[in-house]
Design a protein around this ligand. Structure first.
Ligand SMILES: Nc1ncnc2c1ncn2[C@@H]1O[C@H](COP(=O)(O)OP(=O)(O)O)[C@@H](O)[C@H]1O
Ligand SMILES: [Mg+2]
Length: 497
């Protein structure tokens, strides 16, 4: 059994080396530790020798080589003979292998867990940032829309002036706050229409029926433009669809753009003409009221609170609705353009949407329409309106006094009202169902074909006026076409007659 141990660096009385006396139940030790040699800049082992304290503390220290250390260390103990530790040379694994030492079987799980946790944290952080950005963007859209309404392009009046519900001339719709409340209080009932750019629903708002147009998320521009047009000062008119509210609803990745308008139970003129035949007076009323709506749209009203001239660019029977009193209203302003008369510029909506090919004027089809001339857009509207007049006239009885009318309870007698044509879309007999640009160009521009006007239309009113008016509306030369005001006056005279 050893009584003395060799000592170095840890000797009693501060000696550099020598011996130390062992206490009962203690051991001699030799320890190695990695230290930086300032002369060489290298990590090198440094040995120390001495006597361990007695008891558990010394015992545990002698096991020190079994656990990994941040600074590489090793230790060896002995008590077989005096100075037995002098020959001991414990060695640690140098720094380069410290990491691999740390990654022991037990540590691998911990390490894997730490990596997974960090990855999850990073993914959650990215998702949170993306959501936050989207929300901010949506808020911005809303802000932009509402602030743009405050700074209307025309007249520059404040929003209250033109958002009050009065028919005396201000812009249409309810005050902004009310609009946003309405959108939240809507109870959707069922769909009533589907266009290319959205879906129209019958909904209830405080027990009142309203129509809600929901735009496809990708067609933000149509919603924006249509809302802007409805908000135009002096837009409200008995022959323009009554606007109630507009709003953007949405959370995160899902956005709904809504437009709330009066609900018209007869639906579009297209649906109406498909379902009923018209008395001449009813046909005149439809034509007159639709012309009045277009005329109001096309007309600029001067003054600080004036109205800009607006062209529709998608006039067709599906975009004209019928009121219960038999009047038409113009709807669907997703493509409309306004004329900025002070700077003589047409404000074209930044929208990829194009009009309906079947109703496109020849200058739109051959792409010669001068987009800087507002007159050109109005003339193109009148061409399309000519086709709508043809659709109405086909569904109108021609009263012939020489004949006796057949009624449902008197079906044997000869008809007083000559037969009515079936409902057809313009050019139904010369282009396919969903005509291409080329199909329409070949018929309307190359062959200069127009819908057929039966000869008997020229014999009696109101068909004769309808025939004359529609052919002047769809003239090949845009400048030869009738303006909306002229058409309105023509039908007005017949109605008074
Ligand atoms: N206020 C309304 N009342 C009743 N039906 C409507 C109303 N608004 C639209 N519709 C129906 O929905 C259809 C599509 O509406 P529209 O505004 O033209 O949408 P889109 O821009 O998708 O063409 C119309 O042709 C009509 O049948
Ligand atoms: Mg439409």
């Amino acid at each position: 059994m050893a009584a003395t141990c060799y000592c170095q660096n840890h000797c009693p009385d501060g000696q550099l080396n020598g011996t130390c006396n062992l206490q009962p139940f203690s051991q001699c030790y030799a320890a190695a530790e990695e230290v930086l040699n300032p002369d060489t800049g290298q990590l090198e082992p440094e040995w120390s020798y001495g006597c361990m304290p007695p008891g558990e503390q010394g015992f545990m220290q002698c096991k020190g080589h079994l656990v990994p250390h941040l600074i590489p260390k090793s230790i060896a103990c002995c008590h077989s003979s005096d100075l037995c530790n002098k020959e001991l040379r414990p060695m640690f694994r140098p720094t380069s292998s410290t990491w691999s030492q740390l990654i022991t079987a037990e540590n691998v799980h911990l390490l894997a867990f730490l990596i997974c946790a960090s990855l999850c944290f990073a993914v959650i952080l990215v998702l949170l940032i993306v959501c936050h950005r989207r929300l901010k963007q949506q808020e911005k859209n809303c802000e932009h829309y509402y602030s743009s309404r405050k700074h209307s392009w025309f007249g520059g009046s404040d929003s209250l002036d033109y958002t009050t519900e009065d028919s005396s001339g201000s812009g249409s719709g309810l005050p902004l706050l009310v609009q946003r409340t309405i959108a939240k209080q809507l109870v959707m009932i069922h769909t009533i229409g589907k266009g290319r750019y959205g879906e129209v629903w019958l909904a209830k708002w405080r027990g009142e029926k309203v129509a809600v147009k929901i735009f496809f998320t990708l067609d933000e521009q149509s919603w924006f433009r249509e809302t802007e047009i409805y908000q135009t000062i002096l837009m409200r008119h008995e022959n323009i669809l009554g606007f109630i509210a507009a709003d953007i609803k949405g959370t995160g990745s899902w956005t709904q753009m809504l437009l709330v308008t009066d609900y018209l139970e007869y639906g579009s003129l297209y649906d109406y003409l498909n379902s009923i035949v018209l008395e001449p007076r009813a046909a005149l009323q439809l034509a007159y009221s639709a012309a009045s709506g277009i005329c109001h749209l096309h007309t600029e009203i001067h003054g600080t609170k004036g109205k800009p001239a607006i062209a529709h660019r998608d006039i067709k029977s599906k975009n004209i609705l019928v009121k219960r009193n038999g009047d038409c209203v113009i709807a669907d302003f997703g493509l409309a353009v306004r004329y900025l008369s002070d700077i003589n510029q047409v404000d074209i909506a930044p929208n990829t949407r194009v009009g309906t090919r079947r109703y496109m004027a020849p200058e739109v089809l051959d792409e010669t329409l001068n987009k800087r001339s507002f007159e050109a857009f109005k003339q193109a509207d009148m061409y399309s309106f000519g086709l709508v007049l043809w659709e109405i006239a086909r569904r109108t009885y021609i009263l012939d006094k020489r004949e006796v009318c057949r009624s449902s309870d008197d079906s044997d007698k000869a008809p007083l009202c000559s037969s009515v044509e079936t409902y057809q879309l313009p050019y139904y007999d010369c282009v396919p169902k969903d005509p291409s640009f080329e199909d329409m160009h070949a018929v309307v521009v190359a062959k200069r074909i127009r819908p057929d006007i039966p000869q008997n239309w020229y014999k009696l009113e109101p068909h004769s006026t309808f025939a004359q008016t529609m052919s002047e509306c769809w003239a090949m030369n845009p400048t030869a076409r009738l303006p909306a005001l002229r058409v309105k006056k023509t039908f007005s005279k017949l109605l008074d007659w």
